[in-house]
Design a binder for this molecule. Structure first.
Ligand SMILES: Nc1ncnc2c1ncn2[C@@H]1O[C@H](COP(=O)(O)OP(=O)(O)OP(=O)(O)O)[C@@H](O)[C@H]1O
Ligand SMILES: [Mg+2]
Length: 257
């Protein structure tokens, strides 16, 4: 199958530090790819180049077979790349529908089109329908986001990505600070997305989660991609060896025959 996203030789330098060093990566529809590595390995920097937060110093990004330059996060979103960061970028003082429609609110006309007002009911109904399809329980959609649990907030963020027809979802540490039940819920949501054909890039330090939901695991170490393994063909111990730099497939690949 053709990759939905392909990056080639992606490099990002911050002054003298090469945070991401010539990374190649391809993501295909319906797969969940784990992106792992120690603190500072370059995971967040890599996905920030894909989501338009940072501009690469070198390398190319292809989306749906076309070369793209993603110069702004809104451009990534327009392409169908939704990124859920740890802080989630939800508005804590607003309710669930307001967050799902933040910046893209539904409006309706009054007085024969003279004025346009927010269509609260339509946004509420669409939100409820969406969350029902995700099988996430909410006591009340009109609760402030601040009063929801971490897992419910994740569900709102995922709903927002789904509603706006994300083609690729990137999640940076989505299960951090979540309870056990909520972690399970978020992992279930990732599998549901995958089953709908939407690939997910999952950054996580929790090996259990990575092994539970991914098809493939990419390991970064000091900015470089040091391993890419089918999840079924590796184990926790081997991945950790790559994470700490004890194993490195990229060096082997670069050595002359
Ligand atoms: N805006 C920035 N300016 C300067 N250096 C940065 C910047 N962002 C990241 N770095 C550096 O780049 C390297 C990679 O950071 P990055 O955040 O991508 O790591 P990470 O793999 O996501 O780590 P973690 O698991 O801790 O989130 C680190 O050494 C970090 O200090
Ligand atoms: Mg990070």
């Amino acid at each position: 199958m053709e990759p939905l996203l392909e990056v080639k030789g992606l490099t990002k330098r911050f002054g003298g530090l090469t945070a991401v060093n010539r990374v190649d990566l391809a993501i295909r529809p319906g797969e969940v790819v784990g992106l792992v590595g120690d603190n500072g390995a370059g995971k967040s920097t890599l996905i920030k180049m894909i989501s338009g937060v940072y501009q690469p110093n070198e390398g190319e990004i292809y989306f749906e077979g076309r070369k793209v330059e993603i110069t702004h996060p809104s451009q990534a979103r327009d392409l169908g790349i939704e990124t859920i960061y740890q802080d989630l970028a939800l508005a804590g003082n607003l309710d669930v529908p307001a967050n799902i429609f933040l910046g893209r609110e539904m409006k309706r006309s009054l007085l024969g089109g003279l004025i346009r007002v927010l269509d609260q009911q339509a946004m509420h109904d669409a939100s409820r329908e969406l969350l029902e399809t995700l099988d996430v329980q909410f006591p009340s959609l009109t609760a402030r986001i601040d009063n929801l649990s971490g897992g419910q907030r994740q569900a709102v963020a995922i709903s927002r990505a789904l509603y706006w027809r994300a083609k690729l979802l990137i999640m940076d540490e989505p299960t951090n600070n979540l309870g056990v039940v909520e972690q399970r819920k978020v992992l279930d949501l990732i599998l549901r997305l995958r089953d709908q054909g939407i690939p997910v890039i999952l950054i996580s330090h929790t090996m259990h989660d990575v092994f539970a939901v991914t098809n493939r695991i990419v390991v970064m170490h000091r900015g470089r991609k040091v391993a890419e393994k089918k999840t079924a063909e590796t184990d926790h111990q081997e991945i950790v060896q790559y994470m700490v730099g004890a194993l490195d497939d990229s060096r082997v690949a670069e050595e002359p025959a």
